[in-house]
Ligand binder design. Sequence first.
Ligand code: GSH
Length: 203
Amino acid sequence: MKLFASPASPFARKVRVALSEKRIDVEIVPVDVSSPDHLAMAHNPLGKIPVLLLDDGTAVYDSAVIVEYLDTVTPVGRLIPEDPRPRMLVKRWEALADGLMDAAVAVVMEGRRPVNEQSPAALERQRGKMRRALAQMAADLGERAYCFGESFTLADAAVVCALAYLDLRFPDWGWREEHPVLSRLADRMERRKSFEDTAPLPV
Ligand SMILES: N[C@@H](CCC(=O)N[C@@H](CS)C(=O)NCC(=O)O)C(=O)O
């Protein structure tokens, strides 16, 4: 299998964390999504990464579909509970984290446009999503050690990838001071091997 990914993508990192937790080896194909005819374009009409390319040529996207698929390939390091309600709650954490990543990526992209073409209203709309997502995460996490249940799940993987992306792209945001419970979660999780091995690189 091959994973089309970029070193800074939080969505790709979520998949790489899942691969590491589940002890699945894949070849990583680096992609520069800013290039109009980048390598993953042939496998995902949306032109987004990550894309997992199976050995039979099947392209799997997006990151939530990839992780859900990987979790069925081996029971090692189960990331998503099987029972309907816990499963839904873990997937809801992932949706919230993915939404935070979507908004953060949108702000980064808008910020790369010429200043006179940027929309302050669009930027504020996305920043509002980021603020509300962080507040909800902090409230739902409380003082617990994991986002869901008593052990590591996809919820932790997704949330901590989103938080690390904020550290990378929004170093002055102040989310750690605003939400110490999230800061402590990120610090604890970043010491796991799966996170150490997938630290984002500024590109
Ligand atoms: N919903 C997608 C989002 C992936 C995404 O937005 N990836 C970004 C990189 S972080 C990308 O490929 N952007 C290029 C583009 O939108 O053209 C997922 O979960 O995989």
